[in-house]
Design a protein around this ligand. Sequence first.
Ligand SMILES: NC(=O)c1ccc[n+]([C@@H]2O[C@H](COP(=O)([O-])OP(=O)(O)OC[C@H]3O[C@@H](n4cnc5c(N)ncnc54)[C@H](OP(=O)(O)O)[C@@H]3O)[C@@H](O)[C@H]2O)c1
Length: 267
Amino acid sequence: MKISELFNVSGKVAIVTGGSRGIGEMIAAGFLANGVKVYITARKEAALIEKANELSAKYACECIPVPCDLSTMEGMTNFVNFIESAEEHIDFLINNAGASWGEPYAEYSEKGWDKVMDLNVKSIFYLTQKLTPILKTKASIDNPSRVVNIGSIDGLNVPALESYAYGASKAAVHHLTRVQAKKLVGENILVNAIAPGPYESMMLGAAVNHDYSLIESRNPRKRIGSPEDIAGLAIFLCSRAGAYTVGAVIPSDGGLVGTAGHDLSQI
Ligand SMILES: NC(=O)c1ccc[n+]([C@@H]2O[C@H](COP(=O)([O-])OP(=O)(O)OC[C@H]3O[C@@H](n4cnc5c(N)ncnc54)[C@H](OP(=O)(O)O)[C@@H]3O)[C@@H](O)[C@H]2O)c1
């Protein structure tokens, strides 16, 4: 019952997709600070390698960059081949890489729709499918592997922005999480989702010109999420403490979804 045992993740091996910045970087940092070896992915190779070097040095723990485009089957296959050549077993898969696309309703393009759906939904299904054997290698009833899908409160609420595919994709992520959880729990792989609210990132920053003050003022907690908020929840889900939580979609949003009466129309 000691915290040091309940939340211990030291010695584990994780994959964090989209770990070069934003929420993925925050979760990778939380793992590395607590002794988890972390593989991070992104398309932009130079930024990814720089981030892996920075995180490895900062936390004195191994962070390995694997450049790849996870929105294509070829990119996923190449990534899985690399992981299988490097590791016998993966303990945690954090399906975080995601994209958004905003356009007026009448002009909303197929290109944008497919970009969002391919990365946010299709790649979560196929990457998890392809990694299931390596997630199973050492998984047992007392030591289950974990998959954490990063959804969004935009999949729980109706988004304010004209990001039609995004909200639909995130609702799909939440339901896919339950479907995957049902299939994989018998293999000792526990699947859950985190539905973040506003966190500082390139994705959200671009939508608000990197001025988070309005969002902060409208949040019940009067701030945006911090690295500790998202890393702490990911560590909970991956630790002994989270080992009886299966198929859950947990908001991390300062209370936007959970508290009644807040005006979500501007979030
Ligand atoms: N920030 C928020 O407020 C917020 C709120 C709710 C949910 N979320 C979710 O949290 C996740 C992370 O978002 P973020 O805000 O941190 O976004 P971000 O700053 O844009 O980071 C996205 C990450 O994914 C990588 N990526 C994008 N496309 C990729 C592809 N095709 N293949 C491989 N990697 C790819 C990016 O690197 P490259 O560009 O180099 O590929 C980057 O590392 C997403 O699923 C997002 O929907 C974020």
